[in-house]
Design a protein around this ligand. Structure first.
Ligand code: FRU
Length: 539
């Protein structure tokens, strides 16, 4: 094999084999979490798409079932693409998904569980009256997909949006229904944005103004704001805004603090796409799922026989500032923590490093808090980069000596640190405030040439002059590095394919390439044990 099998992630959601992409229809139903995803039963590249199905009682251990929805009717014969689940009153789950028909039109179909008393809901029935939402009324039939979970609007209609575009205008086309079967297109989209291209996988949901609890998708009113997210086909990144849902007009208006375009907020500034949230009534939280693709060639994907994982499910809530969301790995994840080590009050001198020893770190969870001390030496901020953190990080990598930072972790590192992925912060002095940049720099992550090694970055909205501290958590899983800055305000996921730092040969370091010392106030590292992960399909 070209790619060492030890690079296969062990605790991230993956399929038994073959290609995987978008998360679909996540839901909680009678004690069981259901997760569906875009899947190719015949190979490890995209194609022949069905809805694969897995079930879990804790979102950590997964059992793979046979595909739930697969091409069988004219309205989905060329593919069963992304969609969402809605649990109707009376505990009745329903799925809406995009089918591709014989004319290559994208249509929206409905499916119901065949047998509600089967706890796994293995079989799904597609009624003959499908498609329930054909591309009519000026809708672009080749850009019309990924229906959201429906919400019950105050006007007593079930309401949902479908991703689309008109010319270069990204659109979330709105549909209403009294009975969930007959859908009528609204005159205006819920939201749209010019010169941006196709909006894939839209998501629209309320978040509580206070606290971390999630709210059901149909909740509206004084205690909530709304979040609207799209996956931008043109850039392959996702953007979300926080705003207000004016339900009388079925219009969503982003807040002035939230931008709609490529300068806007992202759940994740790395390899994370086609995400979808769901409300978990059992623990009153909203959970985010997102797909992390391979960053390797299709040739190696074929060779290893699988491609794609899902990021660790994240709880999400509105930050106290009201300007952005905060994300954190679901609490259940901690149950996988094994051997642990703890480091306290260690100075990392300018240009120095510290190895985190005595734990195996290819499959680990690391939490560290840095104390930056003085900000006097912070580099001047170049305002040219204010809209482009990623370009900034590509220019000033972990190697580029700075003032306050770069400091952070070297993960999946060889013993001599020649091979490593740097996860770090850099503090800048801007005109009236300090700016904190968070980066993933995998430029030295592997000797293998075929792998794509992009730097990823986002700004972290904290008042570092006040806190003087910043935390970082990285989930390392052989070929996945998923990082949460400042308690989940800025997140970055990368796919990494080390050539040396594999398995037992993977090391972990704290580093500081700034002009001044920084302190590790606390560092905790845990080995992560392997959950049950979709080993074989249970028929
Ligand atoms: C996003 C996407 C969706 C589509 C699905 C097909 O990754 O392109 O728009 O429904 O994947 O697999």
């Amino acid at each position: 094999a070209v790619v060492n099998d030890e690079l296969k992630p062990r605790y991230h959601f993956r399929s038994p084999r073959n290609w995987l992409n978008d998360p679909n229809g996540p839901m909680y139903f009678k004690g069981i979490y259901h997760f569906f995803y875009q899947y190719n039963p015949y190979g490890s590249v995209w194609g022949n798409i069905v809805w694969a199905h897995s079930v879990s009682t804790n979102l950590i251990n997964w059992k793979a079932l046979a595909p739930a929805i697969y091409p069988s009717e004219p309205f989905d014969i060329y593919g069963c693409w992304s969609g969402s689940a809605t649990v109707l009153p009376g505990d009745k789950p329903v799925i809406l998904y995009t089918g591709v028909d014989p004319e290559q039109r994208q249509v929206q179909n409905i499916a119901f569980p065949t047998n509600l008393s089967d706890p796994y809901l293995r079989e799904w029935t597609k009624p003959d009256y499908n498609p329930v939402i054909p591309p009519e009324d000026g809708v672009n039939a080749s850009a019309f997909r990924d229906p959201t979970t429906a919400w019950y609007a105050p006007n007593k209609h079930w309401t949902l949006v479908v991703g689309s575009k008109r010319d270069r205008r990204g659109m979330a086309i709105l549909y209403r229904s009294k009975d969930f079967v007959h859908w009528i297109k609204a005159k205006h989209p819920l939201h749209s944005s010019k010169d941006i291209g196709m909006w894939e996988c839209p998501d629209f949901f309320p978040v509580a103004l206070k606290g971390r609890q999630g709210v059901d998708t149909s909740v509206y009113g004084d205690g909530v704001k709304h979040v609207f997210k799209v996956s931008l086909d043109a850039t392959r990144y996702e953007y979300y805004t926080v705003g207000t849902y004016y339900h009388l007009m079925d219009k969503y208006v982003p807040d002035a603090t939230s931008s709609d375009d490529h300068t806007g907020l992202r759940y994740d500034y790395g390899n994370f796409y086609a995400s979808k949230t769901f409300y978990d009534p059992a623990k009153r939280r909203r959970i985010l799922w997102g797909w992390a693709n391979e960053s390797d060639s299709a040739y190696t994907d074929k060779d290893k026989g699988w491609a794609g994982v899902q990021a660790i499910p994240r709880s999400i809530w509105l930050d106290d500032s009201g300007r952005q969301l905060v994300q954190w790995p679901i609490e259940e994840f901690k149950t996988l923590r094994g051997k642990h080590i703890f480091v306290k009050n260690k100075n990392i001198p300018s240009g120095g490093f510290l190895e985190v020893k005595d734990v195996q770190t290819a499959q680990a969870d690391v939490e560290v808090t840095f104390d930056v001390g003085s900000l006097e030496k912070a580099e001047e901020f170049d305002p040219y980069y204010v809209d482009d953190a990623q370009a900034f990080c590509a220019k000033k990598t972990a190697e580029t000596r700075g003032g306050v930072g770069p400091f952070g972790l070297l993960v999946l590192a060889s013993a001599n640190r020649e091979e490593r992925t740097a996860v770090f912060f850099r503090v800048f002095k801007a005109q009236s405030k300090y700016m904190v940049l968070m980066c993933h720099d995998p430029t030295r992550s592997s000797k293998r040439e075929s792998t794509y090694k992009p730097t990823f970055a986002g700004f972290v909205d904290i008042d570092i002059a006040k806190t003087r501290k910043i935390s970082l958590r990285s989930l390392i899983d052989h070929s996945v590095v998923e990082s949460f800055g400042a308690g989940g305000k800025t997140c970055i996921t990368s796919r990494i394919y080390p050539s040396v730092a594999i398995g037992e040969n993977a090391h972990l370091f704290v580093f500081n390439n700034g002009a001044q010392d920084v302190k590790v106030s606390e560092l905790n590292a845990w080995e992560i044990t392997e959950p049950e992960m979709n080993d074989e399909i249970i028929y």
